[in-house]
Design a protein around this ligand. Structure first.
Ligand SMILES: [Ca+2]
Length: 502
């Protein structure tokens, strides 16, 4: 019998607790780590996105590496960040596969391990969130959020002065310790100041970014440009942080990794498992340790690879880390241009927001291999974005969502963004990057579908995923005390609708 209190795979794995004692000289030889994570960002100008400018993010790629196939195994804040911190897939993390979970006390984060092994660790902005933190633990290091911005560019960006807080962290760092710093920018998470894009000089008419599942109308274009303003704000603070690093004389001895936890907070992006939703911008720089800097990497990689990377560069063995065994593999083979066998990744989702009866999530698992992605929807009778009574809560509210819900109901956009999905989805992501042409019932693709499905299920079974081992309800039944939130959400949606009508 599967017990919700047991770890999936606990009997298979074991990782001995044995902390490494680090001498001062070794500590001094080890690099600092600057980990940069935007919140809900899908774009950077280094990838050819013309409607925004991220010169600082791009400079990391130009002097280091640009990853073209880096995926988060879950396109939602809390599970994605839990993966970064543990090196395990969401379905290997018990209830932490869900959004807003309780962090299990028995799980060590990689930042805690770095702190225990001589690193001075801190964060600004958002660390691991949203969720319930274990008592007296620093999952992403010491919080540096004291200093606030005086003159924010829009009314909706967070109040933290990320760069100034990083500088304060640097001044607090003892001389003999390497550091780990987590720049957890809260942008470009919603909400946005409507029309701030145009107000700050962006041009509506020249916007060409137009996913096939949204109407290309002014309100949507404004929403995209408002998002772009927040992406650029993230990048401006990154620039200041890199400047502080340089002034501290540490730029040459710092591994910098910059990415985003999940995709943009728009319909059919954030929270969903499609290609463009789980593939994230990702760049890395480490002077003297990256062969042929300026390269693009086309092999597959995943956020499960982050924690093993941090441990390896910090010279800490997995077995001695006290962490649960990791599924990921250090990214140093990318750094040395010696990648072998990185030919696929697995992604998926469980429960994001509480927007279906009985605490149900929307379970999906996917395999990305070659030009294809196969998505297996385990419960096609459920609503992918939540019920209509919940106002499709699994899609963050904003002008694009409102436009499609209110004025585009009779169009394919509505169905593509909020409708139910078949059990099998297969897309050629090269020919169909927006994943709107489902090839699952296409006879010439039957063999591809079967091969990918078989491989996906074999790999998930080997990882002890409860969803394929007959215990899928485990994820739906996590945090039963939250079930009442659904009824409350439905009540609020109803009230709002009545008010709007009046
Ligand atoms: Ca996020």
């Amino acid at each position: 019998m599967f017990s919700p209190t047991a770890w999936p795979g606990k009997v298979v794995f074991s990782c001995t607790v044995c902390l490494v004692v680090v001498s001062t000289s070794l500590a001094n030889d080890r690099p600092n780590i600057l980990f940069v994570v935007a919140d809900d960002m899908s774009h950077a100008s280094i990838y050819g996105d013309q409607f925004l400018h991220t010169p600082n993010f791009d400079s990391i790629a130009r002097e280091g590496l640009r990853f073209n196939r880096m995926y988060t195994p879950s396109s939602k804040c809390a599970p994605s960040r839990a993966v970064m911190l543990t090196g395990r897939n969401p379905w290997q993390l018990g209830c932490m596969a869900n959004h807003k979970p309780v962090w299990r006390a028995s799980v060590k984060s990689v930042v805690e391990v770095l702190s225990n092994n001589g690193y001075f660790a801190g964060f600004t902005g958002k660390g691991w969130d949203p969720g319930i933190h274990p008592k007296d633990r620093l999952l992403t290091g010491i919080e540096y959020n004291r200093l606030l911005v005086q003159d924010p560019p829009t009314s909706r960006v967070a109040k933290y002065d990320y760069a100034a807080n990083f500088n304060e962290f640097l001044s607090d760092r003892p001389d003999d310790q390497p550091f780990f710093f987590w720049y957890g920018c809260k942008e470009p998470h919603r909400g946005y100041e409507f029309k701030s894009g145009v107000r700050t000089g962006k041009d509506l008419a020249s916007l060409t970014f137009a996913p096939k599942f949204w109407p290309h109308v002014d309100v949507v274009k404004h929403d995209v440009l408002d998002y772009a303003v927040e992406v650029e704000y993230f990048d401006q603070h990154l620039g200041q942080i890199l400047e502080h690093l340089k002034n501290a004389g540490e730029l040459g001895n710092t591994l910098i990794i910059a990415t985003s936890d999940n995709s943009m907070p728009f319909p059919r992006f954030k929270g969903h498992p499609h290609e463009y939703s789980t593939r994230v911008p990702f760049v890395a720089k480490w002077p003297g340790h990256i062969k042929k800097p300026g390269r693009e990497c086309n092999d597959f990689a995943s956020f499960i690879d982050l924690a093993p990377t941090f441990l390896e560069v910090a010279n800490i063995g997995c077995d001695s880390s006290g962490m649960l065994p990791m599924q990921g593999k250090s990214l140093t083979d990318f750094f040395s241009d010696a990648v072998r066998g990185r030919d696929h990744v697995l992604t998926g989702r469980e429960r994001n927001d509480m927007c279906r009866p009985n605490g149900w999530g929307y379970p999906v698992r996917c395999i990305h291999r070659g030009d294809f992605v196969y998505l297996h929807n385990f419960a096609p009778d459920r609503w992918p974005c939540g019920t209509v009574e919940s106002s499709y809560r699994d899609t963050d509210g904003g002008p694009t969502k409102t436009e499609i819900m209110r004025r585009q109901r009779e169009t394919p956009f509505y169905e593509l963004c909020f409708g139910k999905r078949p059990q099998h989805e297969l897309y050629n992501v090269v020919k169909d990057p927006w994943c709107v042409d489902n090839l699952a019932s296409d006879k010439p693709h039957a063999a591809t579908l079967n091969q990918l499905k078989t491989e996906l299920f074999e790999k998930l079974a080997a990882q002890n995923d409860p969803r394929v081992n007959g215990n899928g309800l485990f994820f739906d039944e996590c945090r039963p005390e939250r079930q009442q939130e659904y009824a409350e959400l439905v009540r609020q949606v109803k009230m709002k609708k009545t008010k709007t009508k009046k």
